[in-house]
Write a new protein. Sequence first.
Length: 137
Amino acid sequence: MVLWRYGKQVSWMLMTIGYMVFIWLQSEYFNPQLIEIYAYRLDFPILVILGTVFELLHLIEFGILFIFLICTFKANPNGEFTKKKMIVCFILSLLYSLIDEIHQLYVPYRSFSFVDIFKNFIGIFIVYYIVKKRYKW
């Protein structure tokens, strides 16, 4: 009976954890220097597009994490989704962003960047703003 009652929340929680693992592994194994190796073969407009996409991924990546956290909290059968819960999701997303950047200090070819944390914040904030308008808090 408990699994049935909390099954939806457990499913969302597992998907959220899986997505967090994906972010961690992407940070661990992505080597930006590989792009430099192939850069001379690409036209300049393609390089600009690739650079823009990589920068936008920060916004998208942690915005998606925020959505997963919201869905996990919303799936809780013991209460409605409140502004307080959304702020908890916001803070958890930002903390994971910080943890990911600290993790990159210890990964070859990666580095800690406050600019990246700011881009992550922007992505999270955009989703926060959209959800806030939806719930009219």
